[in-house]
Ligand binder design. Sequence first.
Ligand code: KG4
Ligand code: ZN
Length: 389
Amino acid sequence: MKILGIETSCDETAICLIEVDEKTREARILGNIVHSQIDVHASYGGVFPTLAKREHQRNLVPVLRKALAEAGTLEEAAPAPMPEKIKEILAREPELLEAFTASALSIKKPDIDYISVTVGPGLEPALWVGINFARALATLWNVPIIPANHMEGHILTALVRKNGDSYKIIGKEITFPALSLLISGGHTEIVLIEKPGSYRIVGETRDDAVGECFDKIARTLGLAYPGGPKISKLAAEARAEDINSPEPLPRPMIDSKDLDFSFSGLKTAVLYLVKRLTDAGALDERAKKGICREAEDSIMDVLTAKMRKAAETYAARSIVVGGGVIANTRIRQALETLAADSSLDMYLPQTDHATDNGLMIALAGFFNIEKAVSAETDLKANGTLRIGK
Ligand code: KG4
Ligand code: ZN
């Protein structure tokens, strides 16, 4: 079966077309395009919801065309007359309606069986653009829509194993109970997976998400959004040049009895340290690099300590990590070491599948198709959708 996954929950407009062999559970990526809005949001130091909504409206049709072209399934047809129903669906997205009229109606129906789309969690105005685009395409091409949970998508990118040109979907074959660590710009959660598709949140952040913490620290240091990759680069330079932070930073909640996190204190500690250094005229490049190194280490220490505790508490047999922050090499390595030391099986996404993309949504769609989830009549954005209890 062929599934078109559409992701617009945050600042990436992403579409991926996969073909899954249901018997062998091999998935082939036919076309996979991610259009990042980083440049648009960089000057705000974070994602600006109204701008994200506008950008998704402008980018969805071009991204769709690119994804279909990459898949070799983009064909032009005489433009279909605009159905009234699509006008209604896109009434709240005028720029998307314009783009759809100008260049989606003339796309010949591609060979796809399902459209899966992120319904949450994320920024609701951004989610709605993707959902309404999916509804418009589903109407135009007469294909069913499958809702997808963004966080389940992140988990599933870790549960594919590269096998030549394709990816074997191993979501059902891993060792259970599994513990998933979800670390992104909006979420920091430890999710217990006792069997395939059963999720229970056993720990989560009480304030900032870990990616958000990276982004806010970066902003304090004058580094552009998204901060994670920049901090990680400067931290690596600090290690290579043997530079340390002028002062140690806290490891918030590292010894707490529960599996929860708190990252706002770390962000504030950096803010005060930077202020003291600035007042003393001592905030030079060396100091900045040292702070990046220490901040990354603090986050790494907290994440590994909590995962160690969670693995003991739930007698976990495997660890599954998802979310943009697992693009971080040092955090990857620390979690790999933890898994090796504790004899746990480890599942990590390919680095280029860690941040938001359409593949994760196509995979989540596939799981929901198997579970016979359908929500065509009640397809709603849910900004605070949770993956489990
Ligand atoms: O999963 P994602 O793409 O979007 C959300 O669903 O939030 O995660 C984005 C987050 C950003 O906060 C970004 O700074 C962080 O992932 N990130 C990183 C790295 N690459 C991306 N954080 C640390 N190190 C990285 N290399
Ligand atoms: Zn994400």
